[in-house]
Write a protein that binds this ligand. Structure first.
Ligand code: S6P
Ligand code: ZN
Length: 191
């Protein structure tokens, strides 16, 4: 094992703050994410008053070899744009076969999964101390459907990479909205 890696075997994460000690934290605000939401007018209305933090991610990337792992600690804030809950951008992995393991630490969420052709979609519950397996070739977006921050770890192959473009071009075909007091997955065109 090389010296660099030997120094990075332990990382300390703070699940309340959503940070990993000494690691960069990337913040995503509504102004950047507005095109993701179905109700564009509702997004513009929120942005007239403020530019809320929608989510933040810290990453731990100790080594980049073929067999290595990276992990991200993410925190999606509670909130909505119109009837749609705050959520991540979502992505495919650039290396399409790469799967991912998600472990929820706190809050209440749904993991929206869609295959490459967009046909079959699934909203998998995310609850504290439960894991979600995201198969390869599957776009994944995390949605906070509760009143508290949703905090989770995502562990993935170092070489997974990100492909945001494929999903940005067509967006997810389903949206998670508040309906009758709870979250529901509906086709985007039915929003
Ligand atoms: C990375 C993993 C997560 C996300 C994070 C933010 O493979 O899935 O760490 O990066 O949930 O989502 P996004 O779509 O902005 O990368
Ligand atoms: Zn991922």
């Amino acid at each position: 094992m090389n010296d660099h890696l030997m120094e990075q075997l332990l990382s300390a994460y703070d699940p309340a703050a959503g940070t990993i000690a000494g690691r960069p934290r990337v913040e995503r605000r509504l102004s950047e994410l507005a095109p993701c939401f179905a109700d564009q007018a509702a997004g513009r209305e929120v942005l007239r008053h403020a530019d809320p933090l929608v989510y933040a991610v810290s990453t731990f990337a100790p080594a980049d070899g073929a067999g290595d792992l990276h992990y991200g600690l993410a925190q999606v804030m509670p909130g909505r744009v119109g009837r749609e809950y705050f959520m991540t951008k979502g992505h495919f992995h650039a290396w399409r076969e790469a799967a991912e393991f998600y472990f929820t630490l706190s809050g209440e969420g749904l993991m929206l999964l869609e295959g490459e052709t967009g046909g079959r979609a699934q909203a998998v519950p995310m609850r504290p101390r439960e894991a979600v397996y995201v198969p390869g070739r599957t776009a994944h977006r995390t949605v906070n459907v509760g009143p508290e921050p949703l905090t989770f770890l995502g562990v993935y192959p170092a070489r997974a990479g990100y492909d945001y473009g494929a999903i940005a071009a067509r967006n997810f075909r389903h949206v998670i909205v508040a309906r009758d007091g709870g979250p529901a997955m509906i086709p985007r065109e039915e929003y």
